[in-house]
Design a binder for this molecule. Structure first.
Ligand SMILES: Nc1nc2c(ncn2[C@@H]2O[C@H](COP(=O)(O)OP(=O)(O)OP(=O)(O)O)[C@@H](O)[C@H]2O)c(=O)[nH]1
Ligand SMILES: [Mg+2]
Length: 261
């Protein structure tokens, strides 16, 4: 997968914003289902959900046509930089994006529903790999929307905020992720997960940040998942975070297939 190295530095496109009224949850569900099934595929045909009993891997497989479609969700507390991550990916990896970035209902820079960005990674081991990136709304009150966006998740990027005053919010959000995954029968210890320590650029402006060591102790002491310092604003670490999450997701997928045979 050398696609992340092939930067396309042409002029950034402005993400298209879909502004919708605050509908009921089933409304969002319809949007989510529609986006998932239309992004980059002409004849959506899910062949399998979970390769084996008891183990849940939600990637949509179309083995006959050798296609894999997986869903990566950016999770984390409000204002930690999830949308900014997607915006950076949308601008810098245009060749790999297979459609517009869509932000469903925003208020200023706050996500009220979710952001969505479809990508096509080309062939990996002969399979056409399509990836759908989502962000959840981080604000505490959008708990049910977060849970809905997580449905069918294959891999998670947990974006943590390096600001000292966000320490507790990071930990609460990680706990919220664990609980929401659990409600879908998924285990935070088993799901492909990467932690991003975001906003490291603020240190250069003299803002006192939590050390990476402290953030690792707070969030990653037990999980021990790959983690990356990053700045979604400058783009530093954004590609590395996504690449690692994709790697873990595809590896987990491969294991599932072998187990299911
Ligand atoms: N300096 C700096 N600012 C950042 C960084 N990432 C995000 N921000 C800023 O933080 C604010 C919130 O960023 P968003 O990407 O909207 O945060 P979010 O996680 O999507 O927030 P919610 O939608 O409310 O969950 C914006 O003003 C961003 O410009 C970063 O790495 N460095
Ligand atoms: Mg957002």
């Amino acid at each position: 997968m050398d696609w992340l190295n092939s930067f396309d530095r042409s002029a950034p496109r402005k993400p298209r914003l879909l502004r919708r009224g605050r509908g009921e949850l089933y409304e969002i569900e319809k949007i989510l289902t529609g986006l998932r099934s239309t992004a980059g595929r002409q004849n959506p045909r899910p062949l399998g959900r979970g390769a084996s009993l008891g183990l849940i891997f939600m990637a949509i497989l179309n083995l006959k046509e050798r296609e894999i479609e997986c869903k990566i969700v950016y999770y984390g507390p409000g204002r930690c930089g999830k949308t900014t991550n997607l915006e950076h990916i949308y601008k810098q990896y245009k060749k790999q994006t297979s459609g517009e970035m869509v932000s469903v209902d925003t208020e200023g820079d706050r996500t009220l529903f979710f952001d969505f960005l479809p990508m096509g990674l080309g062939k990996v081991k002969g399979c056409d790999v399509r990836v759908q990136l989502y962000t959840v709304p981080g604000q505490v009150q959008y708990s049910s929307t977060r849970k809905l966006v997580l449905r069918g998740v294959d891999g998670v990027v947990f974006v943590a905020d390096s600001l000292v005053e966000r320490r507790e919010k990071n930990m609460l959000s990680l706990k919220d992720l664990q609980q929401n995954l659990q409600e879908y029968g998924l285990n935070i210890v088993k799901i492909p997960l990467v932690i991003q320590h975001n906003k490291r650029d603020l240190a250069e402006q003299g803002i006192f940040l939590m050390s990476i060591d402290q953030m690792e102790r707070d969030l990653n002491r037990q999980l021990k998942v790959p983690s990356f310092p990053a700045s979604a604003v400058t783009g530093q670490g954004v590609g590395a975070t996504l690449k690692e999450c994709l790697k873990l997701t595809l590896l987990s997928f491969k294991k599932e297939l072998q187990f299911g045979r």
